[in-house]
Design a protein around this ligand. Structure first.
Ligand code: ATP
Length: 543
């Protein structure tokens, strides 16, 4: 992917362009004044005060310089504070856009990684991009201003000496060109490996209880250290390449420095170059050289910065990709899978799935652990893309698939989108009313289950999907919850995954059995007709 500078600017600075330009102008002005005044003061001291042996002038010029430079330094400090405030604003703004982008990502992208990876992408990568975006921009402008002012100054003082500095420029540019693309790729590798480590890191830290109970320290650490090594290798490569580029560039610059020193000495010996002019020349010259060194050091930083910006942009682009609308099933059908294959791991869990679920029917999905029931439910909710075939379904769907995690907010905040009376009517029989002020992450497993059930039922839909809706509920609540499901989904289509289903069988019209890679379907309550695997099509059977 190649991106224009303009697009990078729009992503990083966009809404804050005015403030950013102000920070640049502020810095640029200070850099210009410091660079222009420094050789001037040196020349005044030597060519005026020293040459005429006037101590009072010497002290006066030195004192005036001190006051001017102190004021400039104080102004520079204020500029730094302004930049910090700007950085904070950019950081908050970009974090918001990235997390909002994460929530818009297609399920296919999210399914590839777990939470830790996306925490890195939306938090650490934002931090690693915003701070350099402000500081690199400011440093770049400062260095350019110093370089331009210093080069003009030395040109005025002696164009012959300055031409040496300019001759060396093409060599420096060639080096920069040679290293730029590699540094960009190295920076990308560092970020990707950092996100991968964060993924493993969160899983290891999150397994605290099992590590303590079963002594998994060794195993957890081994896995973690593999990802740490990969990240550190990438960091080393980036550092190695940046260092190599810096060293080669500095050697080139040293050659220029040596030539200027020799030629400067020669000019004093053979021409009318004054001591004051030479001192002023050297002051401006060293400023130019240190500006070039800053620019040399900035090249890797700019490559890292652009690589980071491109990663952020890539994620936002994925988030904004227009998803094709889900096809609508044939009339009378709520959801249809056609020759579908899907899975959450490397290999598809179910293949050749053909299933028509008639509108208004209640389907019980059974099967052994790991058979693919939850995976099937994920495809019904459009949370997992198919590898092959198609799925079409009615538009309005409600449902949750384990593991269910709501944001760590008070329950009352999570339910504000629904009518208050409906919430109260549903929360009361489930015993959730006293918990409405509690945060979701403070609930017990059973309470979380009840809340998930309530939320699923509160959302108006044509198709409802439940993954083990009665698990973790006490006996009395199980009866109540099943009643509520049946009552609130009257006339709607229901897909329910349940293991311990003997007692609830009578409530369902159809039983879909997920067996080793395929699907069998049975019609209830007669239970006499059992379809063969894979090509089970319910619609004709129901007719
Ligand atoms: N996040 C994941 N990443 C990779 N593979 C996964 C993931 N989740 C599940 N799988 C795999 O997909 C297969 C089906 O899992 P699924 O959760 O759909 O089974 P299930 O029938 O719902 O099982 P259970 O009754 O135990 O909940 C399993 O073999 C499992 O290893």
């Amino acid at each position: 992917m190649k991106r224009a500078w303009k697009a990078d600017w729009a992503l990083m600075i966009g809404p804050h362009t005015r403030q950013y330009v102000l920070a640049l102008l502020w810095t640029g002005t200070i850099a210009f004044l410091m660079t222009a005044l420094n050789p001037l003061a040196t020349r005044l001291i030597f060519d005026v005060a020293v040459a005429q042996k006037r101590l009072d002038w010497l002290v006066g010029i030195a004192a005036a310089s001190l006051i001017v430079f102190s004021l400039l330094r104080w102004w520079d400090f204020q500029c730094g504070q302004y930049q910090q405030r700007l950085t904070n604003r950019l950081s908050a703004d970009l974090t918001q856009r990235m997390v909002a982008g994460y929530f818009r990502l297609p399920p296919a992208s999210v399914a590839k990684h777990s939470d830790g990876y996306f925490v890195a992408r939306t938090m650490s990568e934002v931090e690693n991009t915003v701070t350099p975006a402000v500081s690199a921009g400011v440093q770049l402008l400062r260095a350019v201003m110093i370089l331009v002012t210093a080069v003009v100054t030395v040109l005025i003082l002696s164009w012959q000496l300055t031409s040496v500095l300019l001759i060396i420029t093409p060599a420096l540019l060639l080096l920069a060109r040679h290293f730029a693309a590699r540094l960009h790729q190295d920076a990308n590798d560092v970020q990707e490996n950092t996100a991968a480590q964060q993924e493993v890191h969160s899983a290891a830290i999150g397994s605290y209880r099992t590590v303590r109970m079963f002594g998994f320290e060794g195993l957890a650490l081994q896995q973690l250290m593999r990802s740490v090594d990969r990240r550190l290798d990438a960091v080393y490569t980036l550092g190695y390449r940046s260092g190599k580029y810096g060293t080669l560039s500095r050697i080139t610059l040293s050659i220029a420095e040596l030539l200027v020193l020799m030629l400067g000495g020669y000019a004093v010996m053979t021409t009318s170059l004054t001591l004051g002019s030479l001192m002023a020349y050297m002051t401006a010259y060293w400023m130019a050289v240190s500006a070039v060194q800053t620019l040399i050091d900035l090249l890797p930083d700019v490559q890292i910065l652009r690589s980071n910006i491109w990663r952020l942009a890539d994620m936002l682009d994925q988030a904004d990709e227009v998803q094709p609308p889900l096809p609508i099933p044939a009339p009378g059908q709520a959801i249809t899978w056609q020759n579908a294959a899907f899975g959450q791991g490397e290999v598809p869990t179910l293949t050749g799935v053909n299933l028509d679920v008639p509108s208004g029917s209640r389907v019980l999905i059974r099967g052994a652990n790991g058979a693919g029931k939850s995976t099937l439910a994920l495809t019904a909710l459009s949370l997992l893309p198919l590898r092959q075939g198609s799925v079409s379904r009615v538009k309005d769907v409600s449902g949750l698939v384990e593991p269910v995690v709501f944001p760590a907010l008070p329950l009352k905040d999570l339910t504000t989108q629904f009518d208050g009376h409906d919430v109260q009517a549903m929360a009361e029989p489930l015993g959730l009313l006293p918990l409405m002020n509690a945060r979701y992450d403070e609930l017990s497993l059973g309470q979380r289950k009840k809340f998930a059930l309530m939320m699923t039922l509160l959302k108006p839909a044509e198709l409802y999907v439940f993954d083990e809706p009665l698990a973790n509920l006490d006996d009395a609540t199980q009866v109540q919850a099943l009643e509520m499901i049946m009552e609130h989904t009257q006339g709607k289509t229901v897909l329910a995954i349940m293991h311990d289903s003997a007692n609830v069988l009578s409530k369902f019209d159809i039983v879909a059995e997920v067996v080793a890679g395929s699907l069998e379907v049975e019609i209830r309550p007669e239970g006499s007709r059992r379809m063969g695997p894979v090509d089970a099509v319910m619609a004709p059977l129901m007719a």
